[in-house]
Design a protein around this ligand. Structure first.
Ligand SMILES: *Cc1c(COP(=O)(O)O)cnc(C)c1O
Length: 470
């Protein structure tokens, strides 16, 4: 199989490795500060890796958002920025790239993904309506709730089990959608909020079969499907690899077919599309487009830039094209898998199967002695940083926040620490260093006591909350 990592290939006769389809032209020095300095920095940051200074970080796996390396073509495109307020040439290039590769009709640029989430939530949700989604994403759900929607998780049950090996753990459970329709009526469903490679489930894909069946169900009731396309190109790669009938289709072809079953999409271009900033909303229906296009001038900027500079739109247009190349995607996901295989071999509990953009450490299994109230995944992120200067982030009870009705913590089944791999930034040696640090934290797991939250902001608390050791 051509997707195997060098390590597994090494066990076979006649080793053939894959390698990145690029070489390095410019480097950015990084350094590791001392253990004492790291402990001091972690304390000053309130044991929240979001509050660390970047210069105190050695290998930064906080997020894959806006952290990718641009190509020489993209940098060249930056010099072709047409910074006109209205009708920039770069907007038309961007619009053309989205229409070509994602297939949607109408395009609205936004400053990043949550700008687009804000617009679609305001336009397509009536207060009191339900918004079924395949697990939640933090900013997505918050915008849906702020627009008066009630989020309902309709992902398959397997997604909540970190050890389950279902190949498409991002799939929607159609029975859950049907039950919601039967209970409340189709008019009470705002739309289906469908995400490719479900971030909170561990970067798990949705199958083509599932989206096709979802489309058929929604067509019976006149319900629209809007796609969170943030990591949909990665999702397309998994379909190519795992779904019967797709092995000989390109990532680009699969991406376009998948999008064709949906009515529109929002995008954080900071992920798949290999740029540092940007986003968009794309729609197939003129009525929704006109409403969103009117709102974009209120919240983001004119409808031909939506908060992005012309040069950023140019880099994004080029990034979209690069992001759907099969060899790019193979090496991107291959690197994530390389790290996952090392950890699996060492018996460290991670979400399986390994997803698209990150390794998710299963903090509940890592620290079985820590109850969820003392924030095991937050604790693990702090321990990793103190061990090696590797920055990860929490995806568990802190990220889940409080129920808007009851004000109580939500207790997600998954309590995860995410090692997110930026695209085209780190080498295999960096992955080795990361794996060894996780192993060191695992060997020292019995000594860990957990954290208490001492400052809690109202919205998206994981970004700014502060903690102290117990
Ligand atoms: C990052 C992300 C968003 C939000 O996008 P921003 O560009 O960070 O505003 C939405 N959905 C998913 C799945 C994401 O990963």
């Amino acid at each position: 199989m051509d997707h195997e990592t060098p390590k597994t290939m090494g066990q076979q006769h006649g080793r053939r490795s894959w390698a990145e389809p690029w070489k390095i032209k410019m480097v950015e020095p990084i350094k590791m500060i001392s253990r004492e300095e790291r402990a001091e920095a972690m304390k000053a940051a309130g044991y929240n890796t979001f509050l660390l200074k970047s210069e105190d970080v050695y290998i930064d796996l906080l997020t894959d958002s806006g952290t990718s390396a641009m190509s020489d073509r993209q940098w060249a495109g930056m010099l072709l920025g047409d910074e006109a307020y209205a009708g920039s040439r770069n907007f038309y290039n961007l619009e053309n790239a989205i229409q070509t590769y994602y297939g949607y009709r109408y395009i609205i640029p936004t400053h990043q993904g949550r700008g687009a989430e804000h617009l679609i939530s305001k336009v397509a949700i009536q207060p009191g309506q339900y918004v079924p989604g395949n697990m939640y994403f933090t900013t997505t759900r918050l915008h849906q709730e702020l627009a008066g929607g009630i989020f309902v998780d309709v992902i398959i049950d397997e997604a909540h089990d970190p050890a389950h090996l279902h190949p498409f753990k991002g799939n929607v459970d159609l029975n859950k959608v049907q039950m919601l329709i039967d209970k409340h009526g189709a008019q009470q469903i705002a739309y289906i909020s469908l995400a490719g490679t479900v971030n909170m489930a561990g970067g798990q894909p949705v199958s083509m079969e599932n989206v096709r069946a979802l489309r058929a169900l929604c067509d019976r009731y006149g319900i629209r499907i809007y796609l969170d396309a943030t990591r949909m190109a990665e999702n397309a790669f998994f379909i190519q690899e795992r779904e019967p009938g797709y092995a000989n289709k390109s990532v680009a072809e699969i991406l376009k077919e998948f999008c064709s079953y949906t009515d529109g999409a929002w995008m954080s271009a900071k992920k798949d599309s290999l740029v540092n900033i940007g986003g968009w909303l794309a729609l197939n229906h003129l009525d929704v487009f006109e409403a969103a296009s009117n709102l974009v001038v209120v919240y983001e900027g004119l409808h031909t830039y939506g908060g992005m500079a012309g040069r950023d739109m140019e880099a994004l247009a080029l990034g979209i094209e690069e992001s759907v190349q099969d060899d790019h995607m193979r090496s991107r996901i291959g690197q994530v898998r390389y790290l996952g295989e090392l950890l699996t071999e060492w018996g460290i509990p991670i979400v399986q199967p390994v997803g698209g953009h990150a390794i998710f450490l299963d903090a509940k299994s890592f620290y079985p002695h820590l109850p969820q109230d003392v924030f095991p995944a937050q604790t693990l992120a702090a321990e990793l940083y103190m061990d090696s200067g590797v920055r990860s982030m929490e995806r568990g009870i802190v990220s889940a926040g409080r129920d808007p009705e009851t004000g109580k913590h939500r207790y997600p089944a998954l309590e995860l620490t995410r090692l997110t791999i930026p695209r085209r930034v780190y080498t295999q040696s960096h992955m080795d260093v990361v794996a060894e640090s996780v192993k060191a934290a695992y060997d020292a797991r019995d000594k860990t006591r957990g954290l208490k939250m001492v400052y809690e902001p109202k919205y998206l608390r994981f970004f700014q909350a502060r903690f102290e050791p117990l």
